[in-house]
Design a protein around this ligand. Structure first.
Ligand SMILES: NC(=O)c1ccc[n+]([C@@H]2O[C@H](COP(=O)([O-])OP(=O)(O)OC[C@H]3O[C@@H](n4cnc5c(N)ncnc54)[C@H](OP(=O)(O)O)[C@@H]3O)[C@@H](O)[C@H]2O)c1
Length: 342
């Protein structure tokens, strides 16, 4: 039986262990978790997986070079629920060594093109499986549908979408009454944004997601080919977290003006990732109400895909596209697919 090894014990890793335990208890045929690691070390699971998780999460905060001391072998299924670039840099090598990789981390497919190409070549080796459905839309059928359409002979013409749950929430709530910075603070306090909201507001995470979708659609874009217009002015980008919070209201005046201009045209503001005519860009757009991306609620992702068969009206896919629970469910779906493929 495959050895299941979980990398990362944060929000997604913990939800993965809990779901794995629930499904095992319900009688589902899953490989047991063999080992778990976080940045502080790797532990073999000798008894209850939830107890190992707790022990790793409580481990002292000292960096560990467990990666140098552990090699993964053919048949292993590695679940990357980390945010580590060093781990993502190993995905292609793990596949080449015969392991399968299932990942929520976008740093493998959504950064340098050379890294994506190495993974893409290694995942095509016989008996390998690379599960990536948790990287964009937390398991929404986006990458999967793009692949299915291409397999059926369709060319992808354009993709546009709301790909960030936190930015979706912000622009679904921003109504010109409260300043935008107040909504950012609310979103941060509710856990919708990263603890440092600049990570969401910069659009860099959305850049990675758009790159993954475009590359899956057959467009091998370099990371720099995506033009990202950040919501964070340059003067605020380099501040400490505390100073940024104090300076946050500086973004309000410009956004209030953009909001008013959009509303006067009867339009709505959305933070959009768009690929069309060979060009990729990420940033705020004002959309007419009839646009396929103008609707949407809460933190939902919403993506429109134009292809040969969906040329007049796009195919639109919408649903919960963020959160530890749905992401962990997508990882487990991919684990099952990896195990079945063996
Ligand atoms: N949260 C979501 O809704 C969501 C949705 C889709 C995708 N994702 C992606 O899923 C991944 C995990 O997200 P998260 O929210 O769970 O993040 P998180 O709570 O910050 O957890 C990240 C985990 O990665 C571990 N880690 C860092 N470097 C490592 C290394 N070298 N070796 C092993 N583990 C390492 C951390 O270890 P320590 O505990 O020791 O710091 C931590 O356990 C990220 O790539 C994220 O972008 C998240």
């Amino acid at each position: 039986m495959s050895r299941l090894i979980l990398l990362g014990t944060g929000a997604v890793g913990s939800a993965f262990v809990a779901r794995h335990a629930r499904l095992m208890a319900a009688g589902m045929a899953l490989p047991p978790i063999f080992a778990m690691a976080n940045s502080r070390g790797l532990q073999l699971v000798t008894g209850d997986a939830l107890a190992t998780l707790e022990s790793l999460r409580a481990a002292p905060r000292v960096a560990s070079d467990w990666l140098a001391a552990h090699d993964f072998s053919a048949g292993d299924v590695l679940v990357d629920a980390s945010s580590s670039d060093a781990l993502a840099a190993r995905h292609a090598a793990w596949l080449a060594a015969g392991a399968s990789v299932v990942t929520a981390c976008k740093l493998g497919l959504g950064t340098a093109l050379a890294r994506w190409q190495a993974i893409d070549a290694a995942r095509r080796l016989p008996g390998r499986h690379y599960g990536d459905s948790a990287t964009v839309g937390a398991g929404l059928p986006l990458i999967r549908e793009i692949r299915r359409l291409r397999r059926g002979g369709d060319a992808i013409h354009a993709i546009a979408g709301v790909l960030s749950g936190s930015l979706a929430w912000l622009f679904n709530h921003f109504d010109g009454e409260l300043p935008f910075s107040a909504w950012v603070r609310r979103a941060r306090d509710a856990g919708y944004t990263e603890p440092d909201p600049r990570e969401d507001l910069s659009g860099e995470d959305v850049r990675r997601k758009l790159l993954i979708l475009c590359r899956s659609a057959g467009f091998e874009l370099e990371a720099e080919a995506v033009k990202v217009t950040s919501l964070v002015p340059e003067a605020l980008a380099g501040l400490s977290k505390a100073k940024f919070d104090a300076a946050l209201p500086q973004i309000d005046a410009a956004l209030a003006q953009t909001f008013r201009a959009s509303r006067e045209r009867g339009e709505v503001l959305k933070f959009i990732a768009r690929f069309e005519n060979g060009h990729a860009r990420v940033g705020l757009e004002s959309l007419p109400l009839a646009h396929p991306l103008a609707q949407g609620t809460g933190t939902d992702n919403r993506v429109a895909i134009w292809t040969d068969r969906y040329h007049a009206q796009p195919l639109v896919i919408q649903g919960a596209g963020a959160g530890a629970e749905v992401t962990a469910a997508a990882l487990l779906d991919d684990v099952l697919a990896a195990v079945e493929a063996k």
